[in-house]
Design a protein around this ligand. Structure first.
Ligand code: MG
Ligand code: MG
Length: 259
């Protein structure tokens, strides 16, 4: 069942989403070669708790940490560890915060130092997929139109679109209806309506779309070990149009001042 949100609820959700955005901004300042993902995870947890939120992922389904940190060929659900990041890595950071009873959930894939041009292109195209998907979230469309647009764009570049994991409705719970796949057919799925709040989150692989799971029971990897990227925004439908509740502006500011 899709739970539509009132304007008041959407404003509360904006606060939760922005709490995630600010946390990712803090992380962005610190991402560089030599820093461990566990250090970044602790930083995020402290920041979230100091600012009146609760790390949403920690303990959820048994996940041990605040951030999902997925390195290079890891798609999502990577567990932070004490291994230092290296020049040329990419690291997808997914963060969830519970605040005022509502969930925020968004993600960004960062470059660690200088990365190969072909990997930068993967990041650029995945980010484009996110915004192309968001454009389709409007009255008159169905949820399948989002995935259709994302898949078209990714496959045009020869990339693989992960099928097994997808975006989702968001609210008091992290995963609400509807599922929001990153592939699909035009005109498929539930009708898009005012008051819907969803997380749109393309997971795009440089090579095959196929994935496998590490023995840790969490980390999802590309089957061919080629890199994967993941960007996610929380989006509400207001007056028939998408309104992005989360923002990358704190990340962009941090990355600019790091240069
Ligand atoms: Mg997420
Ligand atoms: Mg999500």
């Amino acid at each position: 069942m899709i739970i539509l949100k009132t304007r008041e609820e959407i404003e509360l959700m904006r606060e939760s989403a922005l709490s995630v955005s600010r946390t990712l901004g803090i992380i962005a300042k610190e991402i560089k070669p030599g820093v461990s993902t566990l250090y970044l995870d602790k930083l995020a947890e402290t920041y979230i708790r100091d600012n009146g939120g609760t790390p949403l992922f920690k303990g959820m389904y048994g996940f041990p940490n605040t951030l999902c940190m997925s390195l290079n060929e890891s798609v999502v659900h990577g567990i932070p560890n004490d291994k230092p990041l290296e020049e040329g890595d990419i690291i997808s950071v997914d963060c969830g915060v519970l605040k005022n009873g509502y969930c925020g959930d968004h993600a960004y894939t960062f470059a660690v130092g200088e990365i190969k041009l072909e990997v930068q292109k993967l990041l650029d195209v995945t980010l484009e997929c996110l915004y192309i998907g968001i454009e389709q979230f409007k009255t008159g469309n169905r949820i399948g139109d989002i995935g259709f647009a994302i898949q078209q764009h990714a496959e045009k570049h020869g990339y693989g679109v992960v099928r097994e994991l997808c975006g989702h409705g968001l609210g008091k719970k992290l995963h609400e209806d509807p599922e929001v796949p990153n592939y699909g057919k035009r005109g498929d799925g539930p009708k898009i309506k005012d008051g819907m709040v969803i997380a749109i989150e393309p997971m795009i692989n440089m090579g095959t779309r196929n994935i496998k799971q590490l023995k840790d029971g969490w980390t999802i990897l590309t089957a061919d070990k080629k890199p994967s990227a993941h960007f996610e925004h929380d989006v509400a439908l207001i007056d028939g149009k998408p309104e992005i509740l989360s923002t990358f502006k704190f990340i962009e500011e941090a990355l600019k001042s790091n240069k």
